[in-house]
Design a protein around this ligand. Structure first.
Ligand code: 3PG
Length: 193
């Protein structure tokens, strides 16, 4: 889960993460340079799977496709967003934080969703509980996850993967401390077991 403030950080950061063994990179559309950053990463690292995050509307879906994203992630899921995503050539991982939101996404055919914000929406216990009535749904939790609690999530059978910003802290990015980011990525990649 990446926030790019300076365009020049995009490619070295992506290289640092891929070097550490993480090749699925979500770049949030939260900053003015995000779309350009994604396009630069896609061009420089064809081996990476690069997607957009914080996708909230149809225009951002179009921007994601144009930038070369292979997937999109949204913090929540409105009917307008889900309708726009239905005709997009790349997949959306929609965000949910409750059973009702999960059911809306299922009505659109989704069985893979992001729980966001994971820690404040009940954390691993919520995902375990949602697995009762919704045994067909798999989750990618994000929000408040770090080394201290990541295994609580990855231990659950209905968790496919997790996302988080702990792997690229802004102070390391700002200082261009790419080797340290590679080490954090490598530690995270090792969690797959
Ligand atoms: C977000 O959209 O902010 C992500 O879910 C990341 O959350 P984190 O910074 O708590 O890892």
């Amino acid at each position: 889960m990446i926030v790019i403030d300076r365009l020049e950080d995009a490619v070295p950061l992506a290289r640092a993460l891929v070097a550490g063994g993480l090749n699925v990179l979500e770049v949030t559309l939260r900053t003015p340079v995000a779309v350009e950053a994604i396009a630069a990463m896609v061009e420089a690292l064809p081996e990476a799977i690069i997607g957009s995050g914080t996708v909230c509307d149809a225009a951002q879906i179009e921007q994601s496709v144009a930038a070369g994203c292979q997937f999109m992630v949204s913090p929540g899921a409105t009917d307008r967003l889900l309708e726009a995503a239905a005709s997009a050539p790349i997949k959306l991982l929609p965000g949910i934080a409750s059973a009702a939101e999960l059911m809306r996404c299922r009505e659109y055919g989704y069985t893979e969703m992001k729980l966001f914000p994971a820690e404040t929406s009940g954390g691993a216990a919520a995902i375990k509980a949602l697995g009762g009535p919704f045994g067909d749904v798999r989750f990618c939790p994000t929000g408040g996850i770090g080394p201290h609690n990541v295994m609580d999530y990855l231990a659950l059978p209905n968790v496919l993967c997790v996302g988080g910003s702990w792997i690229c802290p802004s102070e390391l990015v700002k200082a261009g401390r790419w080797d340290e980011i590679t080490e954090l990525a490598s530690n995270a990649a090792a969690l797959r077991g």
